[in-house]
Design a protein around this ligand. Sequence first.
Ligand SMILES: *Cc1c(COP(=O)(O)O)cnc(C)c1O
Length: 405
Amino acid sequence: MSVVRQAIPVARPVLDRREAEAAGRAVLSGWVTQGPEVQAFERSFASAVGAPHACAVSNCTVALHLALRAAGVSPGDEVITVSHSFIASANAIRYCGAIPVFVDIGEGTFNIDASRVEGAIGPRTRAILAVHQLGMPCDLAKLVAIARRRYLPLIEDAACAAGSEVMWEGRWESIGRPHGDVACFSFHPRKVITTGDGGMITTRHEDWDRQFRLWRQHGMSISDAVRHQSPEVAFEEYPTIGYNYRMTDIQAAVGREQLERLPEIIERRRVLADRYRERIVVRVPQVSLPVEPAWARSNWQSFCVRLPQNVDQRAVMQTMLDRGVSTRRGVMCAHQETAYAKEPWHCEKRGPVSCMCGPRRCRALANSERATREGLILPLFPQMTDVDQDEVIDALAAAIGLCAV
Ligand SMILES: *Cc1c(COP(=O)(O)O)cnc(C)c1O
């Protein structure tokens, strides 16, 4: 029997006995959802990012849904965002019956071009949904200024950005502080810390936080925890329709352990990202490296390079996989997916019927489409060794050489 060596994965969560024991502790406590572990996780997350309020939910997609609802986004409204994101960003806008208005990303970055946002604002614009793509902070200072000037709520899709930082009034501050109105995080295993699935909403508004807590639990006026502790019989009420967007205590217990590891995880990711940059620039100069602006410190949730135009992305990925290195294509564009051939959306030009200039093409989103086509996410995870990383770089160099068209 031949031994097939496992490919180097693109990502791997940092989980061991600590998380297993934490999950066990929650199970044995007899309280397994929306209880003391969730409360403790919320408190430590809020203090880790410097937010006044943090509300745990079942994933980041529902966090975005609730954030948009709290911002007042209703059917027929428009929300400015990027197409170049995981599809959940646009989908959450559609959950509210609103229409995404896709603004292009900056040339050479994977984040929204803040200078194009103001031109996309129209009479029906209700909010701005800015994404910190791949953990790299977008230009919050510019976006917050536009949002304030135009009286629009700013929602941060910080799904990938736990532990990322921005320079804010001369100081490094965590994403989630919140600089806009509300920030939404994901704890899916592809992100830097995980609870299996899970999400967190941080906000500066106490009334929004209260609303999130109602909505995540069916709109129930009294939480289970309060009722459980009450010496008197208490009947709950349902003033509004809510959802079941709860996080379990088993997840939260794992999350508390993960949060303790976060600084160490990010330190290691930054070392590996620096090492990639130093070596790729020498070994594979045809590839463009991700750009970290002077005012941003990425958590390097993903390390996405850009392939030169004369190589085929799929062929490069296959060649690398054949050599035992997993990669992923660059971030998708929602407007190029079949779902958004059926759903309404606009680009900043607001075409009369459809913004599509051709099949899966929108001229106003040229940078986004190009980033999807040229992007290549390389393996990056804390357990990765220098030897693993050198293998990735060797495979990349070989694939670029072989796949020129
Ligand atoms: C992962 C991700 C989401 C969705 O997070 P879930 O927790 O899986 O719902 C949303 N937006 C972006 C940018 C993401 O990367």
